[in-house]
Design a protein around this ligand. Structure first.
Ligand SMILES: Cc1cc2nc3c(=O)[nH]c(=O)nc-3n(C[C@H](O)[C@H](O)[C@H](O)COP(=O)(O)OP(=O)(O)OC[C@H]3O[C@@H](n4cnc5c(N)ncnc54)[C@H](O)[C@@H]3O)c2cc1C
Length: 414
């Protein structure tokens, strides 16, 4: 195995693969390091939506108002492990502080700024990897079952529209005409006209990896443990005790990025919003497009292999096993959304990487010269993966990206 590279990327989820491919595109010799099974990454189990309108952060003043109900109600899209919350109080407080209206407005602008460029990062990679057949170009819809839910989102809808999101409000009849199998009550729905979706996110990642390898990239099946800058190079220690060197190292290990000792990531307030999915094989014919449901905090997506119901947020860290109660909740909501689903054929839990201000870090690690960070894409990592890779490739080349990336600086946490 080779031991010296221009660039090494740690993590082969959507973000790491995009960083590896965009750097390879500039003619560099790139290594991509990952040891996980194919279903371990958040990039495998998401709802598949390439969401150019979804740049509303979880942080919101409304969330604070609803928090007591959300926390003590088992039938809730948000679940918090209290022991975990109390032992991770600084992160929780930072997250709650970012729910203030001025902060939410700033976060929404930062997310909109990068979302404006996601097509330019994503589509060339999909084309290069021969994955365009996995992309379905169809508007998604997001339903509100009551006036209260709809009005609770009014400020977010308004600010996203102001920032360019192409969304229109449709009524119950139109929703049922589009999706006759949907049983969830509809008061109003938002249609996002420019969204697309990936019918098999796991296969999409596999195609990116195959393309990387067939274009001469080195895939290293190992876990990276630590790294250190040595002169103009970075040394990476991997779990078999060996080391490799590179001129630039990119940390794109999603919610696990903090574990890579010496990278600078360990000092950032990265945590995880755990999310779940259930799949009903053969039931994808119940929908023609992804449909979100605000009451459940989830999306139903007609995937290649079945109907996937994905979403919810659980704050419980990286170590606890998946919660059967969360699975039951999401399966229960699925059965309220559609008739005749019964028991799911597959269940899954994954780790969204989340910083308390819901904005990713993309840039040089604080105090480092050759280590770049690319993680924290929370609910939008599939969508933002391509553009993140493109920005990282620019930074490796010493070029300024074609939009302002100062808001994603890892140094913003001090
Ligand atoms: C239920 C759910 C629904 C979602 N729906 C959507 C959606 O519809 N649209 C959207 O845009 N986003 C969605 N997301 C968010 C999106 O999936 C994530 O933001 C995105 O996948 C994060 O990508 P990533 O590459 O940063 O991390 P990951 O996909 O988690 O990949 C990280 C990789 O790093 C590897 N790794 C970790 N530690 C090491 C190490 N030490 N050495 C080597 N490798 C390591 C892991 O094995 C893993 O493969 C959803 C997420 C969830 C959970």
């Amino acid at each position: 195995m080779k031991r010296n590279f221009d660039v090494a990327v740690i993590g082969a989820g959507a973000v790491g693969c995009a960083c590896a491919l965009w750097n390879q595109d500039t003619g560099l010799d790139v290594a991509l390091i990952d040891k996980s099974g194919p279903t371990d990454a958040a990039s495998y189990g998401n709802a598949g939506i390439f969401s150019v309108t979804g740049f509303a952060p979880l942080n919101s003043p409304g969330l604070i108002r609803r928090l007591p109900k959300l926390m003590f109600d088992n039938d809730s899209p948000l679940s918090i492990d209290w022991v975990y919350a109390l032992t991770h109080l600084p992160w929780m407080l930072k997250f709650l502080r970012a729910c203030a209206p001025d902060k939410v407005a700033h976060i929404t602008e930062q997310l909109a700024n990068i979302t404006n460029h996601v097509e330019a990062g994503f589509m060339p990679l999909a084309k290069r990897a021969g994955a365009e057949d996995l992309i379905k170009d169809i508007a998604s819809i997001y339903i509100y079952s009551t006036k209260e839910y709809f009005e609770g989102d009014a400020a977010s809808i308004e600010s996203r529209r102001r920032l360019g999101a192409d969304m229109d409000v449709i009524d119950q009849d139109e929703v049922h005409e589009m999706e006759p199998h949907l049983r969830a009550p509809v008061y109003k729905a938002l249609r996002s006209n420019e969204n697309k979706y990936i019918i098999n996110p796991g296969e999409y990642i596999e195609r990116l990896k195959k393309c990387f390898a067939s274009d001469g990239g080195e895939f290293i099946n190992a876990a990276a443990m630590s790294c250190s800058e040595q002169g103009d190079q970075v040394q990476v220690r991997i779990d078999d005790g060996s080391t490799l060197t590179c001129n630039k190292l990119v940390i794109a290990a999603g919610a696990h990025s903090k574990k890579i000792v010496g990278s600078g990531a360990e000092k950032l307030p990265l945590d995880t919003e755990r999310g779940y999915h259930v799949v009903y094989h053969g039931a994808q014919s119940k929908l023609t497009r992804p449909v979100g449901w605000s009451s459940g905090g989830l999306y139903a997506t007609p995937m290649e292999t079945g109907l996937r119901i994905a979403g919810t947020v659980e704050l419980a860290g990286l170590n606890k096993p998946p919660s059967p109660r969360r699975m039951e909740y999401i399966a229960g909501m699925a059965n309220k959304m559609f008739d005749g689903l019964g028991e799911p054929d597959e269940t899954w839990m994954g780790f969204r990487p989340t910083l308390p201000d819901s904005v990713p870090v993309i840039g040089l690690a604080p105090g480092k010269r050759n280590i770049l960070l690319a993680f924290g894409h929370q609910h939008l990592g599939l969508t933002m993966s391509g553009i993140t890779g493109r920005v990282i490739a620019d930074l490796v080349q010493g070029r300024a990206p074609n939009f302002d990336i100062s808001g994603y600086s890892p140094s913003r946490f001090g």
